[in-house]
Design a protein around this ligand. Structure first.
Ligand SMILES: [Zn+2]
Length: 289
């Protein structure tokens, strides 16, 4: 795994898709972000409202997948065609949800800088001197400066971890000695309660369960951990698996750092990127006329 920046990486997926020849298909192209895309997203939101209801996290995750299904024109040289009306077929949404989490987020991110520019304004206060950057004085970040953890070959995203504290699985017989860690898929984010703040514990469990995709050397058979099995896992293994999951998962570092312009301060201001829809494609776009 190597650390690069959005500027360096360009229109390439951080994870990508393993190919027969042992490489990863990474190159993608995007369509122009035309109003037609917003029209289709609007119709899609109306049609799917029953699914996400008041779960804003779920709504955002599903909406991002729908958006990616509309804006991506090709991946690894393969064209992703639209219907006559310029909509994405339903099976494309399902396909995108199966992509690595890092890849979907990266395309969403890249589509923002491709369509609306790489400058992003945010209201923040310097944590060192409390200088406030708001309104016309808000901080402007360059999205191309964001770091990306890049997976360079398929072997980097498939890792067997030997449990330090093996434990018995739900059949009461099998002892979990080893787990296979692979990149988390976007679909994990689309589950109820996962992105919505109230259930961070649930987010941890669901993410972890999705990254673990095989046990005891058996790579061909996926294993779905139950919450009860997660409960049984010891902290020392959870910490290690969390770290490995981050390593094999690749992706954007959603923190952007700039230097405070107060002459007596000059300290770095690190801001977690707010990638919610309205912020990302609306209020964060600096007005240049
Ligand atoms: Zn400062």
């Amino acid at each position: 795994m190597k650390i690069t920046t959005v500027r360096e990486l360009g229109a390439q997926l951080p994870v990508g898709f393993p190919q027969q020849d042992g490489t990863l298909a990474k190159a993608f192209t995007l369509r122009p972000y035309k109003s037609r895309i917003d029209r289709h997203i609007g119709l899609w939101e109306e049609a799917n409202r029953d699914q996400f209801g008041t779960d804003q996290g779920m709504q955002l995750a599903m909406k991002v997948a729908k958006f990616v299904s509309l804006i991506v024109e090709s991946v690894g040289g393969k064209q992703l065609t639209l219907t006559e009306d310029g909509n994405s077929p339903e099976e494309r949404e399902v396909e995108i949800a199966q992509w690595a989490f890092a890849d979907v987020l990266y395309v969403y991110f890249y589509a923002r800088l491709n369509s609306l520019g790489d400058q992003m304004s945010v209201d923040v206060a310097c944590p060192s001197c409390n200088r406030e950057y708001t309104g016309d004085d808000s901080l402007v970040f360059d999205l191309r400066d964001a770091d990306v953890r890049l997976i360079e070959k398929p072997s980097e995203m498939d890792f067997w971890y030997k449990m330090k504290r093996p434990f018995r699985l739900r059949d009461k017989k099998t002892v979990c000695e080893q787990v296979r860690i692979a990149p988390m898929r976007w679909v994990t984010m689309q589950q109820p309660g996962v992105l919505s703040g109230s259930a961070m514990g649930q987010l941890g469990y669901r993410m972890l369960a999705d990254c673990i995709c095989g046990i005891n050397g058996n790579a061909s058979q996926p294993y779905d951990f139950t919450d009860h099995e997660m409960d049984e896992m010891e902290k020392i293994d959870r910490v290690a698996i969390d770290k490995l999951a981050e390593r094999v998962g690749g992706g954007l570092d959603l923190r952007v750092t700039v230097k405070c312009d107060n002459k007596d301060c000059q300290q770095p201001i690190t801001n977690p990127l707010n990638w919610t829809w309205d912020h990302f494609f609306g209020e964060s776009v600096p007005l240049e006329i």
